[in-house]
Design a protein around this ligand. Structure first.
Ligand SMILES: Nc1nc2c(ncn2[C@@H]2O[C@H](COP(=O)(O)OP(=O)(O)OP(=O)(O)O)[C@@H](O)[C@H]2O)c(=O)[nH]1
Ligand SMILES: [Zn+2]
Length: 278
């Protein structure tokens, strides 16, 4: 797309699998048709673990992770924590996009939850795809970069895409990279261009996250408040469970770490292989 043209491409098996966000070099064989010669080195790659535990690339060269939440469906904060761990692992900045603010009442429990994440330093944008509120802020945050939309089913990811890419042509010209060989698949990842240089990736394939392939040290890095207090634990590989002289549990008891976050941490740790120090 360097020249702003859309080409139908073929990729040799030996070239590897091209995913959304990849930069490639191509050789045009016929007008409008090209062969992918090379996938350029990826700055980062988001992988999905399949049911066999194998990591498969899904999207590459991301600048931002937009984690979409909403008052309804009931927010799954454990999933939010998992997405934040993923962002930390990829070294990609996460931004929490609170959608459906048109339905957010003053007394909604989500206010307290969001205060916690704000305190932890995560960026937040309030939007309503329905009422077209806050869309400029999303565009400004994207700032010409590439973001992937993550979030539970029903939080309004597709609605946001439709609002941010109102040009029907841009939507129908979206670049799709299938996760399998075939074109007709339900786990299709789609990259939408956001003029002039931005891009939004929507991927049904990563709405369910398995972080089992991450070492415990990576999971801990994704909980900055746990990582910070862990420096004071007696054991370098402390799991902050029943170990003596655990500074993380002390921080929990003194209210410096939220119980919900430590529960999330332990749940993610239970699915991973190594200890934090390892
Ligand atoms: N009130 C309100 N409803 C919204 C808003 N954005 C989306 N919705 C509604 O929420 C429902 C789900 O929206 P979708 O865009 O399909 O959600 P999604 O996240 O793409 O869902 P999946 O494709 O299942 O992952 C639809 O009924 C939308 O009309 C909003 O800002 N306010
Ligand atoms: Zn500890």
């Amino acid at each position: 797309m360097a020249q702003g043209r859309l080409l139908r491409t073929m990729t040799r098996r030996s070239t590897g699998r091209v995913v959304c966000g990849d930069r490639v070099t191509v050789r045009e064989s016929f007008p409008g048709e090209a062969v992918v010669e090379r996938i350029l080195p990826r700055r980062n790659v988001l992988e999905r673990t399949n049911y066999r535990g194998q990591a498969k690339p899904l999207a590459a060269n991301l600048d931002l992770l937009f984690v979409v939440i909403a008052p309804a469906p009931i927010p799954d904060l454990h999933l939010l924590d998992a997405y934040l761990v993923l962002a930390s692992h990829l070294a990609v900045k996460p931004v929490i996009v609170l959608n459906k603010v048109d339905t957010l009442t003053d007394t909604h429990p989500l206010h307290a939850d969001l205060a916690l994440y704000r305190e932890l330093g995560y960026g937040m944008i309030s939007v309503s795809a329905k009422q077209a509120v806050g869309l400029d802020a999303v565009g400004e945050t994207l700032d010409g970069g590439t973001a992937i939309l993550l979030g539970q089913s029903g939080v309004g990811k597709s609605s946001l895409v439709n609002r941010l890419i109102p040009d029907i042509d841009a939507r129908t010209q979206a670049l799709s990279a299938t996760s399998g060989q075939g074109r007709h698949t339900t786990t299709e990842t789609t990259l939408y261009h956001v003029p002039p240089t931005g891009a939004l990736i929507d991927s049904p394939g990563i709405r369910i996250l398995r972080l089992g392939h991450l070492p415990a040290s990576e999971i801990q890095r994704g909980f900055p408040e746990v990582a910070e207090h862990a420096q004071g634990c007696d054991y370098r590989d402390c799991r902050h469970d029943r170990e003596p002289a655990c500074a993380v549990r002390a921080a929990l008891e003194s209210g410096q770490i939220a119980a919900s976050r430590l529960v999330s941490f332990h749940r993610l740790l239970a699915g991973s292989a190594q200890a934090p120090g390892g």
